[in-house]
Ligand binder design. Structure first.
Ligand SMILES: Nc1ncnc2c1ncn2[C@@H]1O[C@H](COP(=O)(O)OP(=O)(O)O)[C@@H](O)[C@H]1O
Ligand SMILES: [Mg+2]
Length: 310
């Protein structure tokens, strides 16, 4: 990112406790300590407590210590063909397990599009200052990037900053982004794969909003229960508000002797869409209520704040 001039958090690498302490004191609280290794989503510790930050650094071989980025997070996906890219819709997900963004970090408990509160021009800005410079730098190094570039952003008081890149679609943002995509996905992915994206042709989006609510197994994220029988009740005829649509996507499910059973922490996604976020949200929760299994649970506040009037 530094080579490409992409805005991100100031950072230092530390391999010893003394280095880590010096970097933590330089940036100050809140402290951000990232394991420089794959860590199944548990590599990043953000804490106001210096001793917790130091303990995490000591438990890792090598860490990246970063300046804390304030402000809301946004995910923007771009489909790249090696030279250039087209953006999908900016989305927001909910990483914490419990309502009000409390509890442990998860893979994501829900998501929504669009973001009524995001600044106009955000997508164009991120394409110009993050995505295209990243693609240019990778191509310059002889490693052109084709595929889905996931940009995790913080909209800080000092401007847009990259939190991370992932080289894949992100879950659960993908569920709501693809719900709104009217352009066939296959043609887009093919153009990405063969290096033939037409960036002058804009993607077509269905108007309105989409919300997804993740239905999780008991014990998720620490130790999700598996093998519980899932019952899906019929949707009552009046359950979906007028003009909305709703459906379930399977994630951590399996068939066992003819029964549908849980087989992962995040079991099903209830997706709702409608003219606005309030309608989409009502549809998603109406669908979620049809699912029953032992210990199943979901957050009740997905897209609540963004859909509130005013
Ligand atoms: N510099 C930072 N400042 C504030 N929060 C951060 C920072 N870096 C990461 N985080 C928080 O930690 C979460 C996980 O970090 P991320 O880099 O996305 O790692 P992972 O690979 O685990 O997803 C982010 O979504 C964000 O909430
Ligand atoms: Mg992340």
């Amino acid at each position: 990112m530094t080579a490409a001039g992409i805005p991100t958090a100031r950072a230092r690498v530390a391999t010893t406790p003394a280095d880590a302490e010096e970097a933590l004191r330089e940036f100050g609280a809140p402290y951000v300590v990232k394991d420089d290794a794959l860590a199944a989503g548990k590599g990043v510790v953000v804490t106001a407590d210096l001793s917790v930050a130091l303990a995490h650094a000591a438990a890792c071989r090598r860490v990246v210590i970063e300046e804390f980025l304030d402000g809301p997070e946004v995910s923007l996906f771009a489909v790249a063909d090696g030279l250039t890219a087209v953006p999908l819709l900016a989305a927001q997900d909910f990483k914490r397990a419990q309502d009000g963004d409390r509890g442990p970090n998860t893979g994501g408990m829900g998501a929504y599009v669009p973001l009524p509160w995001a600044p106009a021009g955000l997508t164009a800005e991120v394409m110009a200052t993050v995505v295209q410079p990243a693609l240019d730098e990778l191509a310059r190094r002889g490693a052109p990037y084709r595929g889905l570039l996931y940009v995790g952003l913080a909209l800080t008081s000092k401007g847009v900053r990259v939190v991370e890149f992932n080289a894949r679609f992100g879950d659960p943002e993908t569920q709501v982004v693809l719900d709104r995509l009217a352009t066939p996905l296959a043609g887009l992915l093919h153009a990405s794969a063969v290096g033939d994206l037409d960036t002058s042709r804009h993607l077509a989006w269905r108007p309105g909003a989409a919300v997804t609510v993740v239905i999780a197994a008991s014990g998720y994220p620490e130790e999700p229960a598996k093998g519980d029988v899932i019952t899906i009740k019929d949707l009552p005829s009046n359950a979906l508000p007028d003009g909305t649509d709703g459906y379930l996507l399977h994630a951590g499910t399996a068939l066992s002797g003819g029964d549908l059973v849980t087989s992962g922490g995040r079991v099903l996604n209830a997706v709702g869409s409608g003219a606005d976020l309030a309608a989409a949200r009502a549809a998603a929760y109406a669908v979620a209520e049809c699912v029953e299994f032992r210990g199943g649970w979901y957050r009740r506040d997905i897209a609540e704040r963004a859909s509130a009037p005013g």
